[in-house]
Design a protein around this ligand. Structure first.
Ligand code: KIV
Ligand code: NA
Length: 264
């Protein structure tokens, strides 16, 4: 497989081929995951929770993401590497450019930021200066204290329409990929249909252009609370590579996520 680019992901959407994305934070897993067929690797600020043991993503720094991006980039040859912009690292377009520069120099091909149309100018500035942007709407974990918990978003019609408007505004501003987290399946299906860029879901039902999972969830490396939208692919596969091959195949065939992993 040749290098995966944003153009390639868009062509996959047009061809109806599903995109498989997963988080990774080091070279070992990055290499295994892309050998298993994932198209994109996300250095998520979920690392604050799964690696650092924090209760939220808020303490993660640009340097934390840069360190893990370098580790992933060193293990990766072809996947599209997306690095999360941490909490309060993109409050202004200027700050966003400085943060993104650090992450791109660490090996990212694209940065991801959480939020709506108030980021339009930031998305345009980053894109103009050579930084492709992935948006993140729905349940945006950096706003957990505004939401009052990790909850489904976009259940009411008005809120759903608002998420849709934000998605369209950011696409118009230059956003090239969108993650939709924890929204009703129908809303995710509508947004995926109405945008021409690929939409990657997590807890967003089967009718998006692709899926993303936190690697610890996909491998059952969890203790305590396990979100409804995740699946342990290691349980039925026996080794890590086979587990992620199964994840990629089930996404491609539309078998994951099933109704039991989705919100209706
Ligand atoms: O930080 C992360 O891992 C993420 C994914 C859950 C989309 O943002
Ligand atoms: Na994140």
């Amino acid at each position: 497989m040749s290098k995966i680019t944003t153009a390639r992901l868009r062509a996959m959407k047009q061809a109806g081929q599903k995109i498989a994305m997963i988080t990774a934070y080091d070279a070992t897993f990055a290499a295994l995951f892309e050998q298993a067929g994932v198209h994109s690797i996300l250095i998520g600020d979920s690392l604050g929770m799964v690696l650092q043991g924090e209760a939220s993503t808020l303490k993660v720094s640009v340097d934390d993401i840069a360190y893990h991006t370098r580790c992933v980039a060193n293990g990766s040859k072809k996947a599209l590497i997306v690095a999360d912009m941490p909490f309060m690292s993109y409050s202004t377009p200027e700050q966003a450019c400085a943060s993104a520069a650090t992450l791109m120099r660490a090996g990212a091909h694209m940065v991801k930021l959480e939020g709506g149309d108030w980021l339009a100018d930031t998305v345009t500035q980053l894109t103009r200066q050579g930084v492709p942007v992935c948006g993140h709407l729905g349940l945006t974990p950096q706003s957990v204290h505004v939401f009052g918990g990790f909850k489904l978003q976009g259940r009411e019609t008005e809120q759903a329409e608002q998420i849709k408007r934000h998605a369209k505004a950011l696409e118009a501003a230059g956003m090239q990929l969108l993650v939709l987290e924890c929204v009703p399946s129908k809303l995710a299906a509508d947004i995926s249909r109405e945008l021409s860029i690929p939409v990657i879901g997590i807890g967003a039902g089967p009718d998006t252009d692709g899926q993303v999972l936190v690697m610890q969830d996909a491998l059952g490396l969890t203790s305590g609370y396990v979100p409804k939208f995740t699946k342990n692919f290691l349980a039925e596969s026996g080794n890590v590579r086979a587990a992620i091959e199964t994840y990629v195949a089930e996404v491609a065939e539309g078998r994951f996520p099933g109704p039991e992993h989705s919100f209706n």
